[in-house]
Ligand binder design. Structure first.
Ligand code: FEO
Ligand code: CA
Ligand code: CA
Ligand code: CA
Length: 661
């Protein structure tokens, strides 16, 4: 879901997102002394920028705004960047082609009916590809293989009933007007899909397509039974009338980005779970403060409680506590039971990507996507076991969850969320580690974590070992609340920072208690948006970006950044950008793909051999006043009567070479 209230050609179709407001009412000032901090910042910024761009002597033809088309220049990337601008259609850098791999409603499970937008049902949708695709992952077939054949794993974050069903009117009217049968269909359009795909015909002329009727395919929905493990499993606050054990949840919701593990499982992250829960119960009872910290409101954005009692908080006060977790499952086994790993904390998880630390322990990096919320990591108690898969099965149940404090002096300190330590005691309402993870946000508040500008993907670059933090935007930050890591007031374009963990003889120590941080780029238009900062060859009419959200790295360690929610003033469609992270082309961002109207770009995934970039095109047509009956686009089918359809695309180079090279 888009999250900026400043964009506006696009959309006020969506009610103002709760994430736009922020539910961290009195963020702890981790340093204090605002004035002293500002002075320190000026000095440090000079130092940081000097360090970041030192030695970046632009060689070759590094041009900025040459007719709006960005040249090759100092970058190791070989494509010419697209010019800036908005348009009704999509666009991709020359020499590449877009292939549509699978669309909302396409058959996934064997026997699924073909998509018919006039004959939707929960039963059909449960077997078909879900809505609003976000996270993408690829698991090779056979396991460990390197060919262009594997399992595509896709999250389905949320639904747009105004674009799914005829006659419901605009977004708000549609959400209030959906029938019980339509809500049941929406519930089946949530969750995740596993789809066997293959590139037929080979590189150069091959097309990516699903393998029809694959027995490996799977749908996970808002009704799939999911086991609960870790410190909150069986907790009183997870027990409901349908599940008195607090151990088995029905479904997963609002799965945004995700990650995977070295042992071959996938992690999908529950983000804005609060949107589904409402009613007067939100403002009553012992949990009212907790509901508020997690952004629950009486008038739920997605008022499913009108038809499904468990989403009415007065009926089931603990049901909201069963969401906001990271879910792990084995994509190779369609019968495996997914597991909510509560040790990783409960918040609005954007994603959950891993790095293996020098000693073999696995570190999961996570962002809590809300204004003034935090960056977290989880470190497993034990190294993962390459030889014995069973030893890794519950590795994510034991370890240490920490939250980041970004010091103005360039340090990162990881603050452990451990029951009994510091303020996380019974005196503050934490009677167990279960309480700590259920209210991870409040625990992090008490520890003095740094309130960030909406942390989305947090992901380690496997080549240089640095961890990239996408901070998508925060129009609510005032000058008095800026700090070095969030240095801009009214930060409507966002920025990207790097965490630099210490490096030892055995590799990068992602589990170390401290690290350093630096600025990678400050988004916005160079020359006119205050503080916008990239490689100096990024021009005012090309290459710059707004609202970084998800990222990926190719085998050379170059970063690919997908954007979500560029404000109207930016006059640019969301898209995909690429840049070097090291050397002469560092932070020389270049626009590779522009999304269809109303859409954001999610899930960038670099395919086998760097020959494909897979993208999840989410909420095409989610524009102001755009409805099923009169959509702003009918992408990707462009056929009368066919609504816009969130879809996965594969971008390949026409000559079969590495994408973007
Ligand atoms: Fe679902 Fe933070 O985007
Ligand atoms: Ca989004
Ligand atoms: Ca996102
Ligand atoms: Ca976003």
């Amino acid at each position: 879901m888009q999250g900026s209230d400043e964009r506006s050609t696009v959309d006020t179709a969506m009610p103002r997102d709760i994430e736009d407001i922020g539910s961290n009412p009195a963020p702890v000032d981790p340093i204090g002394q605002v004035l002293g901090r500002r002075l320190a910042r000026r000095a440090a910024l000079r130092g940081l920028i000097g360090a970041t761009f030192a030695g970046v002597a632009v060689q070759g033809r590094a041009q900025g705004a040459d007719a709006g088309v960005q040249g090759v220049g100092a970058s190791t990337l070989g494509f010419r960047g697209l010019p800036h601008g908005t348009g009704p259609g999509e666009a991709v850098a020359e020499g590449h082609e877009v292939q549509v791999v699978i669309r909302w409603g396409d058959p996934v499970l064997p026997g699924a009916p073909a998509f018919d937008p006039t004959a939707q049902s929960a039963a059909a949708q449960a077997m078909q590809f879900g809505y609003n695709n976000d996270y993408l992952d690829f698991f090779p077939l056979p396991k460990g293989g390197e060919g262009e054949h594997g399992l595509l794993v896709v999250n389905h974050e949320y639904t747009n009933p105004e674009l799914m069903f005829a006659g419901l009117g605009d977004a708000r009217a549609a959400r209030l007007g959906t029938s019980a049968a339509q809500v049941a269909t929406e519930m089946m359009a949530h969750g995740a899909s596993v789809v066997e795909i293959r590139r037929e015909g080979g590189p150069g002329n091959g097309r990516w397509a699903p393998v029809a009727g694959s027995r490996l395919n799977r749908r996970i929905t808002a009704e799939t039974p999911i086991r609960v493990s870790g410190p909150a499993a069986g907790h009183d606050r997870l027990r409901t009338s349908a599940d008195p054990t607090g151990m088995l949840v029905r479904g997963t919701l609002n799965n945004c980005a995700g990650g995977n593990t070295p042992w071959g499982t996938v992690l999908i992250a529950e983000e804005n779970f609060n949107y589904y829960f409402g009613g007067p119960g939100v403002e009553e009872g012992a949990q009212a403060a907790s509901y508020k910290r997690y952004g629950l409101v009486r008038d739920a954005q997605f008022p499913w409680g009108r038809h499904v009692p468990r989403f009415d908080v007065a009926s089931e006060p603990n049901e909201p506590n069963r969401f906001g977790w990271v879910v792990e499952f084995d994509p190779y086994d369609p019968a495996s039971v997914p597991v909510k790993r509560t040790a990783l904390g409960r918040f609005k998880h954007e994603g959950c990507t891993h790095a293996v630390s020098a000693d073999g322990r696995v570190v999961i990096y996570m962002g809590d996507d809300e204004r003034f919320d935090y960056v977290y990591r989880f470190v497993t108690a034990r190294p993962w076991d390459r030889e014995n898969a069973a030893a890794n099965r519950d590795l994510l149940d034991e370890g240490t969850l920490s939250v980041a404090r970004f010091g103005d002096d360039g340090t990162v300190t990881w603050l452990p969320l451990v029951h009994g330590e510091g303020p996380l005691t019974e005196a503050n309402g934490f009677r167990s580690q279960g309480d700590v993870v259920i209210e991870a946000r409040r625990a992090a508040d008490l520890l003095g974590a740094t309130p960030m500008d909406r942390p989305e993907d947090v992901q380690a670059n496997p080549v240089n070992g640095r961890v990239y933090v996408m901070l998508t935007n925060n129009g609510s930050r005032t000058a008095a609340r800026t700090d070095e890591a969030n240095p801009r007031a009214n930060n409507i374009h966002g920025h990207v920072i790097e965490i630099v963990p210490p490096r030892g003889p055995r590799g990068v120590d992602h589990a170390a208690p401290t690290a350093r941080w630096e600025t990678f780029l400050m988004a916005g238009r160079p020359g006119s948006d205050p503080g916008a900062s990239y490689h100096r060859a990024v021009g005012a009419d090309s290459g710059w970006l707004s609202c970084p959200d998800n990222c990926a790295f190719d085998s050379k360690g170059r970063i690919w950044i997908a954007t979500d929610g560029a404000p109207a003033a930016a006059n640019v469609a969301d898209g995909l950008y690429a840049a070097d992270t090291e050397g002469e082309g560092r932070a020389l961002t270049r626009r590779f793909y522009a999304a269809p109207t109303g859409a954001e770009v999610c899930g960038p995934l670099i395919g086998p051999g760097d020959r494909t970039v897979f993208l999840a095109i989410q909420h095409p047509g989610e524009d102001r006043g755009s409805t099923y009956d009169k959509p702003s686009t009918r992408w990707p089918d462009h056929a009368e009567g066919m609504p816009p359809r969130p879809s996965i695309i594969a971008i390949v180079r026409k000559d079969g070479g590495a994408v973007g090279s």
